[in-house]
Design a protein around this ligand. Structure first.
Ligand code: GLA
Length: 671
């Protein structure tokens, strides 16, 4: 953590005049916010065009204001009447810095912002590695690690909204770190739309990280006396490796950024209709299913896609947010009431940003659709995108959601977004304004219905990003619920996000998997289901009694553990990226409970015989396992525990409770 005066030398440096140098001078360029200083050939963060056609600005320090948590440095371009304010917001616990920028146009002519990034960050010369996450539908958050060389590596997304289906706006930089050791500098953009992150290594070995809005097809016009503020870039540092990086992010998510009234509570076990019914939901089958869901221990029943007028396939019904009178003759109220009567919460799926051309909404407002007037309308999954950058569309969205949340007294809402953007018409600001209005709608929902549990879904994990964290409680991790694939997906997800946020329609998934046809035993799926926020996506009407019993047993066990699991750090003891075995340690944040999950598949003989050393325990404390055997923290961390996984689809979990906690708990419940 920085001391109060630690930034003063940096501020002094900003006052130094620029000195022009010779071609043989290869000193690194450590610009605090890179614009167009002459002879700086690394990536700039800001690039402006003026009405006379000239481009580029140079900035001089003008002044700053400072509080305990915020520093604002004002820079000016005197000849252009442009001011740039660099914002530095410090979050002391867990120790993160948030940087953003405001550009103010004090001139009497408009200015075009052709590139408008949130920050420039310079790192000294070194053998820097970049770790980042890329992916696509059904295979999100794949970890990549590469050494930076003298070139520019750009992570970017131009799909309009879906960060995690291309590249997550996040990078970690290290020179020699592992899970628990070594310096790691990391940065993540709190934005759910197009972005760019440039990692540029200079000739001298220094690295410039520039990150912010994508400048592909986005130009913002700053009218006279107007200003624009960029999204925030979070920046963190730890000397204790990638594991600690995750823990810093978790602490921020737990204690600061996620909706606080809900993150401290246990999330309910969800039953979701998508995998069993897809588009064939009816009043009858939902009524039957919700009874069964209650019997197996679900606490929240969700009607997923398919409930709207004519929504029997993906070509109809998007946009008209009313229950289909044929399949739900009395609307959804009887189902909501039936849930509430038997003590189930009730939730609904929506996809408010989208419409089918075969909808009343489209017939009434064809001009609300994002399109290129010279091209045919391009659909993906037969759907079109509403132009959320328009205020009237945003208001329609707010009114629609207000009606649904109020009328059905929803306890949960799943917001989906099932296509990428393609055409944007003539307005170059749409990609930016769209996301601003998206946040406005989510802000409205949170303020008006603060107790509703919200799930952020975009074809699975397409919108799993830091920008959405203040608004949504659960994130649909992936549409891929195949348990073998989930092991890797979950590891990538939990490197950045709390395990508690790991949502989805069927974290206990059907078998065979609808994605890749793999058949897996129930126990394997159930134990994987416990690692995130539990949901059931199995057709309970076709299960035999034995399977129903197994599901009930799994939810019962999960409920006894979730208070600990959902308040835990996840430590990657053996990474799924290295082979067919994965071991995760869930360490309750106060260290009182440790739950080890071990998974193996496709194992050769003896490959699953492991000795695994736990981490992060108190070496002087005593821990009791499930068989009441005692272990010292030192032994668990140094001698380790034996794990034996065999053959295919093997899963185990082990629980260790710190003795002092057990004794305290006994005292609490005792006479
Ligand atoms: C997306 C979601 C799924 C489901 C379907 C419904 O793919 O990720 O969970 O809601 O849409 O169309």
């Amino acid at each position: 953590m920085l001391g109060k005066f630690d930034l003063d030398p940096e501020l002094d440096r900003l006052r130094e005049p620029f000195v022009s140098r010779g071609v043989n001078d290869e000193l690194p360029w450590f610009q605090e916010y890179a614009v167009q200083e002459p002879f700086d050939y690394l990536q700039p963060a800001l690039f402006c065009t003026f009405t006379d056609g000239t481009r580029g600005i140079r900035l001089c320090y003008q002044g700053h204001t400072k509080t305990d948590t915020q520093l604002d440095v004002t820079l000016t371009e005197p000849s252009r009447s442009i001011s740039v304010i660099l914002h530095y917001r410090i979050c002391n616990t867990p120790g993160l810095l948030f940087r953003s920028v405001t550009v103010i146009n004090n001139s009497c002519m408009p200015v075009q912002l052709e590139r408008f990034l949130s920050a420039t960050l310079s790192l000294p010369a070194g053998a820097w590695n970049a770790t980042y996450f890329t992916g696509h539908w059904g295979a999100e958050y794949n970890k990549n690690r590469t050494i930076l060389t003298q070139t520019c590596l750009t992570l970017s997304n131009t799909r309009g909204t879906c960060a995690s289906h291309q590249a997550v706006p996040f990078v970690a930089l290290d020179t020699n770190a592992d899970e628990e050791h070594g310096d790691v500098v990391f940065a993540g953009l709190a934005w759910s739309g197009d972005f760019r992150m440039d990692l540029e290594k200079s000739a001298t070995g220094s690295v410039r990280l520039s990150a912010g809005l994508s400048d592909f097809d986005t130009v913002l016009t700053l009218e006279p006396n107007c200003s624009e503020t960029s999204p925030e870039l979070l920046i963190g540092y730890t000397p204790n490796g990638f594991g600690d990086m995750s823990r810093i992010l978790y602490d921020w998510e737990f204690d600061i950024v996620c909706p606080q009234s809900k993150i401290t509570q246990a999330f309910p076990v969800i039953y979701n209709s998508w995998y069993p019914f897809e588009f064939s939901v009816t009043q009858e089958n939902c009524m039957e299913m919700l009874q069964r869901a209650k019997e197996v221990g679900a606490e929240l029943f969700v009607i997923d896609d398919g409930w709207m007028i004519d929504r029997t396939c993906d070509s109809n019904g998007l946009g008209d947010w009313f229950a289909d009178p044929t399949r739900f003759p009395e609307g959804l109220k009887p189902i909501a009431d039936a849930c509430h009567e038997i003590g189930l919460l009730f939730g609904l799926w929506v996809e408010p940003e989208m419409l089918n051309s075969n909808s009343d909404l489209y017939r009434q407002h064809p001009d609300w659709v994002l399109r290129d007037p010279h091209q045919p309308e391009d659909t993906m999954r037969n759907q079109l995108v509403l132009d959320l950058s328009r205020e009237d569309v945003t208001q329609w969205c707010i009114d629609t959601l207000d009606r649904l949340l109020g009328e059905y007294e929803l306890d949960y809402l799943k917001w989906d977004m099932n296509r990428y953007m393609s055409s944007f018409g003539t307005n170059r600001e749409i990609r930016f304004r769209y996301i601003q209005n998206l946040y406005k709608i989510w802000q409205f929902m949170n303020e008006r219905y603060p107790n509703v549990l919200y799930e952020n879904c975009a074809s699975g994990g397409g919108r799993a990003d830091f920008g959405m964290l203040p608004y949504a409680d659960r994130i649909n991790r992936s549409d891929n619920a195949d348990p073998v694939d989930v092991i890797r997906i979950h590891e990538g997800f939990t490197t950045l996000f709390l395990p508690k946020l790991a949502g989805g329609a069927g974290n206990i998934s059907p078998s065979p998997s609808n994605i890749n046809g793999r058949s897996t035993p129930f126990l394997f799926r159930a134990i994987i289901g416990m690692t995130g926020s539990m949901s059931i996506g199995i057709d309970l009407t076709t299960c035999n009694d034995n399977t129903l019993h197994e599901i009930r047993r799994a939810t019962e066990i999960f409920k006894t553990l979730r208070g600990d699991l959902q308040n835990s750090y996840v430590l990657r003891l053996k990474s799924a990226t290295e082979g067919n075995v994965s071991v995760l340690e869930y360490l309750r944040r106060d260290g009182g409970v440790v739950i080890i999950f071990a998974f193996g598949h496709g194992l050769r003989y003896a490959e699953g015989n492991l000795i695994i050393c736990l981490r992060g325990l108190d070496e002087h404390a005593t821990y009791r396992d499930e068989n009441s055997q005692l272990h010292s923290g030192a032994a668990l961390m140094r001698r380790g525990i034996r794990i034996t996984l065999k053959g295919d689809y093997a899963a185990q979990y082990f629980i260790f409770r710190r003795e002092t906690d057990i004794i305290q708990n006994r005292k609490k419940v005792g006479p």
